[in-house]
Design a protein around this ligand. Structure first.
Ligand code: MG
Length: 356
């Protein structure tokens, strides 16, 4: 669907490995005091001066995690950073640095890698993250991107999946299910394009959900918001695989149960209308879709007055004793056990994968 409008193709081998790293990273300037040494030596040097260091890594593989027929490389670079720093925010920490490693086949000229790095650079700028290192190498087939995100937090701020207590409230940021429905639109248009390459689809009715899929934004604002509201979450996780599997992670790690209320799940109107169009149940999409990169967390009931009027936050349930199990309370007030429907990269029927 996406035509290559840039006919210039410079072979990466013309630059050599060191030339390539220099070329791709020359416009990245570190801004954090904690970055003592970034790109340019054998290793980076960081100093968090008494803060704890938080580290998370993700690997993205072409054909498994992304499809370049509808994903512009600049968006892919941006999203790859979001996927990683989202895990840092999910620890209630501040993302400060990343390393980026890529393996690309000779199908990718220098200009393509420049596009990818333009997206990485925009993400670094918007989220105030320093690129401090990485590696580039060739691949026999396709594109691989591995990003390590580093962040900092005080001992008191760091929030694990394991701290939820019975009677705590379950809260999500933003709305759920948009990225999955955006993917359904892009996959549908890809099939239409195969049959009729001259077809120009009107995607404007789906602009929000397509953006949720192609250019997600990590919730950097939420840890800061909670700090400002003087709310210390008791547990936290980011929603990468769908609400159900994230709730199960919190419940298992915290040894609690949960009641999730169907009528409380925040859905964008575009998610609701597109679900109707595809004859999908919007609750199922929210539970098992994935890639929303919102933050899901629990708070003590005492903190409820501090968050209740906030437009970014929605209480969607509460935690229970472990023995009570994990349930969806439907609009009809029936109780349905929640099972993990998070996507599995080893299943043959889908092309998504679980991400921490
Ligand atoms: Mg995660």
């Amino acid at each position: 669907m996406l035509e290559d409008k840039n006919p210039k193709r410079t072979s990466v081998s013309d630059l050599g490995e060191f030339g390539l790293i220099d070329h791709l990273t020359k416009y990245f300037d570190p801004i954090h005091e904690s970055t003592i040494k970034g790109v340019g030596d054998d290793a980076a040097v960081l100093d968090f001066k008494g803060h704890k260091t938080v580290i998370s890594t993700d690997l993205l593989v072409e054909g498994v995690h992304f499809d370049l027929s509808y994903t512009p490389l600049k968006h892919l670079g941006y999203k790859a950073v979001m996927v990683n720093i989202s895990d840092i925010y999910a620890m209630n920490a501040l993302a400060t640095q990343i390393t980026v490693s890529i393996a690309a086949s000779n199908r990718f000229p220098l200009e393509a890698l420049e596009e990818l790095y333009a997206g990485i650079q925009l993400a670094c700028k918007n989220y105030k993250v320093d690129l401090i290192g990485g590696d580039t190498t060739s691949s026999n087939k396709g594109l691989l991107i591995s990003i390590t995100a580093i962040g900092k937090a005080t001992d008191n701020e760091i929030t694990y999946r394991s701290g939820a207590q019975p009677n705590d409230l379950l809260v999500t940021s933003g709305d759920i299910g948009g990225a999955y429905m955006g993917l359904q639109i892009l996959e549908r248009e890809k099939e239409v394009f195969k049959v009729n390459p001259n077809n120009q689809p009107d995607l404007s009715p789906y602009s929000y959900i397509i953006e949720r899929q192609l250019k997600p934004e990590a919730r950097k604002d939420i840890p800061q918001l909670l700090k400002d509201l003087e709310v210390k979450p008791t547990s936290m996780i980011d929603i990468s695989d769908g609400l159900s599997s994230e709730i199960i992670h919190i419940c298992k790690n915290s040894k609690v149960g949960c009641n999730l209320f169907e009528d409380k799940i925040p859905l964008d109107p575009q998610v609701i209308s597109t679900c109707e169009e595809f004859d999908l149940n919007s609750t199922t999409v929210a539970l098992s879709g994935g890639e929303d990169y919102e933050l899901l967390f629990t708070i003590s009931q005492d903190d409820y007055p501090k968050i209740k009027a906030n437009p970014h936050l929605t209480v969607i349930g509460h935690m229970t004793a472990e023995g009570e199990g994990i349930h969806l309370i439907t609009r009809a007030n029936t109780k349905i056990p929640i099972t993990s429907m998070g996507w599995n990269s080893y299943s043959e029927n889908n092309n998504e994968t679980e991400k921490d």
